[in-house]
Design a protein around this ligand. Structure first.
Ligand code: DHB
Ligand code: FE
Length: 302
């Protein structure tokens, strides 16, 4: 079909509306349908290919993998870069970079003041202490800021989604102390891979791509009057550090992992050798006329 004929068909579809509906939904859906009609025409997509794609999305939804797909196809990183751009236009630059939330957060983790232990002592990974402060953009510490942290175990699996782990294993919420300090004890995570037999991996195979992420730790950092920060740190030295299937590694999010021992572990109840990461988070004041940094999204809760 030529473009004129396609556009006439699109017009007919658009004109079939008999009530206003939701103007924003209409605008977005009509545009996506237009882009897909053009794609089908330009690439001569065959009916069997179309139905394969549609059923693929249905199956990915049924198995709960659409969030993985959004990360793997780069959508989540793209949305981050667009938020960065909006902030830069408003004069917000520097500070702790944001990076993707991913699909594996669970609301409702236990809350601690100042310090938390995330693991239950059964994970065989190396003991990790991470500590630092939450600061405002002026460098002043933020007391009673909330640091929500979650990460995978030594097999790359997340509690809740991996039912073999105790509730909220490797997930906590920590309030900073009067000097803006937080700390936690846990175990060094290893990298995550999408389920090898799942729908995401099936598509990645077709794209000639892998489904691995470097070892990482997720954070939401928030304080009243400040823009919520969604970010991760990566464990330096991971073979996938700069080859993340979700494109989430960013400069500024790869802190040094120091090897520590002895008295340094005392305040955290740690004996012997452990890995130590020092990392400060910087938050920006909320500003008007900026897209919100608190992203509404369906999330698991326990
Ligand atoms: C995915 C998994 C993660 O642990 C993460 O942080 C981001 C994305 C995923 O499976 O898509
Ligand atoms: Fe993750």
């Amino acid at each position: 079909m030529n473009k004129q004929a396609i556009d006439a068909l699109l017009q007919k579809i658009n004109d079939s509306a008999t009530s206003e509906g939701n103007p924003r939904t209409k605008e977005i859906v009509n545009r996506i349908v237009q882009d897909l009609f053009y794609t089908i025409e330009d690439l001569d997509v065959q009916p069997a290919e179309f139905w394969t794609a549609l059923n693929y999305l249905g199956d990915a939804g049924k198995s709960g993998e659409l969030g993985l797909l959004a990360a793997g196809l780069g959508f989540e990183h793209f949305l981050d870069l667009r938020l960065d751009e909006a902030e830069a236009k408003a004069g917000i630059e520097g500070g702790t970079p944001r990076t993707i939330e991913g699909p594996l957060y669970v609301a409702g983790a236990p809350l601690s003041d100042g310090h938390a232990r995330l693991d239950d002592g059964t994970d065989p990974g190396q003991t990790l202490v991470m500590r630092g402060r939450v600061l405002g953009e002026d460098g002043k510490p933020l007391a009673h800021a909330l640091v929500e942290v979650w990460h995978a175990n030594h097999l790359g699996n997340y509690s809740y989604f991996d039912q073999s782990q105790p509730a909220f294993n490797l997930r906590r919420s920590i309030r900073t102390d009067a000097e803006g300090r937080y700390s936690f004890r846990s175990v060094v995570p290893v990298g995550y891979s999408v389920p090898p037999q799942g729908k995401t991996q099936q598509l990645l195979d077709q794209l000639g791509r892998h489904g691995h992420r470097p070892a990482h730790i997720h954070f939401f950092v928030s304080s009243p009057g400040f823009r919520k920060l969604t970010t991760q740190i990566n464990i330096d030295g991971d073979p996938y550090l700069w080859d993340d299937f979700a494109f989430a590694t960013r400069d500024g999010l790869v802190p040094a992992v120091k090897q520590a021992e002895g008295a340094e572990g005392k305040p955290y109840g740690v004996d012997g050798n452990f890995a130590l990461i020092d990392f400060d988070f910087t938050l920006f004041k909320e500003r008007e006329n900026l897209p919100g940094a608190e992203i509404e999204r369906l999330r698991a809760a326990a």
